[in-house]
Write a protein that binds this ligand. Structure first.
Ligand code: V47
Length: 414
């Protein structure tokens, strides 16, 4: 296929690591062939992270599916009182974390116990006399050959609905208890929309609220709730949700406090390419500001394009976009976001096959082992019991010509 002079000129800018404009991004997205976008994105990916494909050992906790907001695209939310609604108590959350992390199965009082899932020097919980179910960690390489090993989880990702009845202290206590059970794992918790709601409800400033949560053990913030930043479109697909301005306020303040965050974009519904570029552009500008102001590495770590999945929600009549569109979106994210180091192909949302392909289109991260702990995508049409073994991840990276590297939340290789 012939390449126009204009495409050639923009492609040279990308190869030379010169920032492209929104108008140039639109030309590239509309007119460049898929193979060229892949080549440009892979070039940039390899200049940033070489042949590494990052993953972590993680699990999710979804405390509730009750939500004060009622987004058109959401398949997960249930109204309060619905037979399908859940709202875990702090004790139930402790039980989930213990089970996922291989700690005490049903330790009744973690404050009395205070024992870590990874504390091999203390094989039995004093508090309730339960049998220790933590397998010996042994050699890490040995463990890597086996199935998912949540006992070695380095990240607990907590995200759910915005429940009307809980206050900030409930969330502070949740983080404190999770951290108490698995102190060696990073707690990456709550979307900016959840945070904004709970902090405002407490009558605190965003900075004060984040500081409280940070002191309890919240060390990173996931990228959810971004949806699409364009205000007109947001009013259509999530009219009552926290605003774009609120989302940015939380991330900006988090960066200022030394809390790294991620960013997402929900694409493939009613938005245009211009809306997607506008979304990427707002993130690129925020990242410029965050990285300019702070010496420490506390800005956006990763960008995650989230493909709209159309089951069981009020936008189900909209089809899902093609695989080519997914790959172009990943590649354009890598090309445009020249200041966000990692592009994550969230395998739970794409499925394993598209995720493998995504590695040839600029993604350098696939998220983690998950261990069948999230329902947000299962309810929207994704895998019903999402789990990925380390062996599978290693094979996937190898198939794409790369090397799987286990990382912590902050992208340090483990
Ligand atoms: O904000 C909801 C999206 C997000 C649907 O930071 C949907 O590492 C597609 O943000 N189809 C929550 N997407 C999940 C999220 C996330 C996931 C993995 C890793 C990280 C990270 C963050 O899920 C929501 C929304 O944009 N979502 N419904 C749907 N039907």
């Amino acid at each position: 296929m012939g390449i126009s002079k204009e495409i050639e000129r923009i492609a040279h800018k990308v190869s030379d690591d010169i920032r492209i404009t929104p108008a140039e991004a639109l030309v590239l997205w509309r007119e460049a062939p898929l193979w060229l976008l892949g080549e440009l994105a892979v070039g940039r990916k390899e200049r940033v992270s070489g042949t590494n494909v990052f993953y972590n050992r993680n699990f999710h906790v979804e405390p509730t599916n009750v939500c004060v907001f009622n987004c058109e695209f959401c398949s997960y939310r249930r109204p309060k009182g619905s037979p399908e609604a859940w709202d875990y108590s702090l004790e139930e959350i402790e039980t989930i974390v213990r089970e996922k992390s291989g700690s005490k199965k049903a330790c009744k009082d973690s404050s009395a116990c205070g024992q870590s899932a990874l504390d091999l020097a203390a094989p039995q919980c004093e508090a309730d006399g339960d049998v220790q179910v933590v397998p010996p960690l042994g050699d890490k390489q040995e463990a890597a050959k086996g199935d998912v090993l949540s006992p070695q989880a380095t990240e607990v990702h907590i995200v759910g609905g915005v429940h009307p009845d809980h206050d900030l202290h409930y969330y502070v206590e949740m983080i404190r208890r999770v951290k108490n059970i698995i102190p060696t794992a990073t707690v990456k918790a709550f979307t900016a929309i959840e945070l904004s709601y709970m902090i405002r409800k407490a009558g605190l400033s965003v900075t004060e609220g984040l500081q409280l949560l940070q002191r309890a053990g919240m060390e990173a913030i996931p990228g959810g709730g971004a949806e699409i930043f364009d205000e007109t479109l947001r009013a259509k697909i999530c009219p009552d949700k926290g605003s774009t301005a609120e989302w940015f306020e939380v991330h900006r303040e988090a960066h200022r406090l030394g809390i790294p965050t991620n960013a997402t974009m929900l694409y493939g519904h009613v938005e245009t390419l211009e809306h997607r570029i506008d979304h990427l552009d707002r993130l690129r500008r925020q990242q410029d500001e965050s990285t300019l102001l702070h010496v420490e590495q506390s800005a956006f770590n990763a960008f995650i394009p989230l493909k709209y999945r159309n089951r069981n929600n009020r936008m189900s009549d909209i089809g899902e976009v093609s695989v080519v569109e997914d790959l172009k979106t990943l590649a354009m994210s890598r090309i445009y976001l020249d200041n966000i180091p990692h592009i994550k192909a969230y395998w739970v949302m794409y499925g394993k096959t598209i995720t493998e392909l995504a590695l040839a289109f600029g993604a350098d991260d696939i998220d983690g082992t998950i261990d069948d702990s999230t329902k947000i995508y299962s309810m929207a049409g994704g895998d019903a019991n999402p789990t990925m073994t380390v062996a599978e991840i290693e094979r996937m990276a190898q198939n794409a010509g790369y090397t799987a590297v286990e990382r912590d939340t902050f992208y340090n290789a483990i």
